[in-house]
Design a binder for this molecule. Structure first.
Ligand SMILES: [Ca+2]
Length: 384
């Protein structure tokens, strides 16, 4: 098969990329910009099975192949033990050991987003290897590489500029997931003709070395700085939690709104009016009669003649799962117990909840009247 980098260039062009890596490594890092993460699912915590044998992050593309044997389907997987950001989340576990010397594995992990010329980008994220990760050793041919990349493409999908940041050259830790450190690329500018920014991490030409040989990333953040004259978002859309069937709205505030257009997206796909959706091209998106198909992450793309900006993501959730306290009563069949509750232990005021005749033992008594976020104490009073 034809091997290619995520930007479509043949693998041999890597040699030409390395001088660029050196330059970027010496350049000043981009200034801190308080801005939204342009990536959908940047924390990599939402996962499902897509192109690989095991789950990988939603909204991200994985392209894995080996030098000789071609496309590979176990190049990486989402794992809880390399998660660095949100509790109960996942990070991405790259699998260099799926390659061998002579049949090395390359894995590209990336996401495409709309971009306009003149917009400046930095990509940051957490990463580490393990002590025996082949990416730390440059003795093999072809030489391995471990990179963050920001690639710009035109409307035809042709690469206009490819910016790579060498994680190993910049001090990638080697003590496994616990050592994952934050890296930030230099700021790069989208050239004329850009319609897409492709950001992610790549592991080139790696192979198995024995134990402790993997590479991990998590919590990727693509920050954009729009060119002068571009819209400025002054109020980001906020998260919404509603009941099924309810109507809700997302709003965005823009400071220089003259000539601005709005494109609301769900999971980075443009929405069109119809069905539950209205206002898809206005500052206020309305979702009517919310159902499970409306649940997800919304954002808006705001454009004028000066450029495009993306809002933060805002989630829409349906209140659909309730957690109730359960009282477990043991006794003999036919026993009668009154379950009572109190909202405080001092002073204690017991309020009858239910009268229960045991038909089995133990028997579970559910308190569906308990507000989910309050405290109740319970007792079962045997009725002689
Ligand atoms: Ca994560």
């Amino acid at each position: 098969m034809k091997q290619s980098t995520p930007n479509g260039k043949p693998l041999t062009s890597l040699k030409r990329l390395f001088p660029l890596i050196t330059i970027l490594g010496l350049a000043a890092w981009g200034a801190d910009i308080a801005n939204a993460n342009d990536l959908v699912n940047g924390n990599l915590d939402a996962i499902s099975i897509s192109s690989q044998n095991n789950p990988t992050p939603n909204n991200w593309t994985v392209d894995a192949f080996r030098t000789l044997s071609g496309t590979h389907f176990d190049g990486c997987s989402s794992e809880p033990w390399c998660n660095v950001a949100d509790p109960s989340g996942y990070g991405l576990f790259f699998k260099p050991f799926q390659g061998t010397v002579g049949d090395e594995i390359t894995v590209h992990f990336y996401q495409d987003n709309p971009a306009t010329p003149g917009t400046k980008f930095t990509l940051s994220g957490y990463a580490a290897g393990e002590a025996n990760y082949s990416g730390f050793f440059s003795t093999n041919t072809p030489v391995p590489a471990t990179l963050f990349s920001i690639v710009f493409l035109n409307s035809g999908g042709t690469v206009l500029a490819s910016n790579v940041y060498d994680l190993v050259a910049n001090g990638l830790p080697s003590s496994g997931p616990a050592s994952m450190a934050l890296f930030t690329t230099p700021q790069v500018t989208a050239p004329v003709g850009t319609v897409t920014v492709r950001a992610g991490a790549s592991m080139y030409n790696t192979y198995g070395t024995g134990g402790g040989q993997s590479f991990f990333v998590d919590a990727l953040d693509l920050v954009s700085e729009a060119p002068p004259g571009a819209p400025v978002i002054t109020n980001q859309p906020s998260h919404k939690t509603v009941s099924a069937g309810a109507t809700t709205t997302f709003n965005v505030g823009v400071s220089n709104a003259a000539g601005v257009t709005y494109e609301w997206q769900l999971y980075s796909t443009n929405l069109v009016n119809g069905g539950s959706i209205s206002g898809a091209a206005t500052p206020t998106l309305t979702v009517t009669g919310v159902s499970s198909s409306d649940v997800g992450h919304y954002r808006v793309r705001v454009t004028n003649g000066g450029g495009t900006v993306l809002s933060s993501e805002a989630s829409l959730e349906i209140v659909g799962i309730s957690f109730y306290p359960v009282i477990r009563i043991e006794g003999k069949i036919g026993d009668v117990n009154v379950v009572e509750y109190s909202t405080a232990l001092a002073p204690t005021t017991w309020i009858p909840l239910s009268t229960n005749t045991l038909t089995t033992s133990p028997q579970l008594v559910l308190d569906t009247t308990s507000p989910g976020n309050n405290t109740r104490f319970y007792r079962a009073v045997y009725q002689p």
